[in-house]
Design a protein around this ligand. Sequence first.
Ligand SMILES: Cc1cc2nc3c(=O)[nH]c(=O)nc-3n(C[C@H](O)[C@H](O)[C@H](O)COP(=O)(O)O)c2cc1C
Length: 204
Amino acid sequence: MSAPSTMTVSEAAESRRSVRKYVQEDVPEEDLREILRQVSLAPSPDNIQPWRFVVVRDPAVRPLLAAAALNQRQVHSAHAVFVLYADMEDVIGAIDEIISPGFRPEQAAKLKARLLKSFLAQSQEERQQFAHGISYIALGFLLLAAEAMGYKTSPLLGFEPDQVKALLGLPSQVTIPALIAIGKGDEPGFPHHRHTVDRIARFV
Ligand SMILES: Cc1cc2nc3c(=O)[nH]c(=O)nc-3n(C[C@H](O)[C@H](O)[C@H](O)COP(=O)(O)O)c2cc1C
């Protein structure tokens, strides 16, 4: 059984911070799977779910991944690193998978035709950019789900996408919104320094 989530969403949001050093303790695969199961519940436009993951745990592969990520210490220290990538061509190639079985056949056919028409009207780059942006919803879910299960994380954008893709054998068209190191924390991280609600929001 995976570790239960012990925090409310608001407790996880309060306590989460980037932690870049981890105690040398295994993260059970079932916990990683449970985090990803919760991530899979994230919403997306027309339910396209363009996010995909490679979970890097192999001690022989992690140093190579770290080398592709500017040798950032959290990649060396982590027990696993989620490589979050977006793959719109996979969405299109398996479009039937995202259509709810609750739809009537004619509804499903109509939706499928509408989606394919709108995606195929775009260039591969345009629709991939769309999928890339949508995939950050999965990042947010992942950080909170991991925190609520007692793990610390560190999201990263400091990496060479082409090197990561070559290392993991990812298709050339995919993009990588983030890597996420995870483990049991071995440092406190920094206190939150954030805009106030009044700085970021206007109520009309
Ligand atoms: C998409 C994304 C990319 C990031 N890239 C890096 C990175 O490459 N290296 C790093 O040390 N921190 C990285 N961070 C961590 C941010 O610096 C950190 O989230 C921010 O300063 C707020 O601090 P906190 O996460 O401790 O609350 C990244 C965060 C996000 C969300």
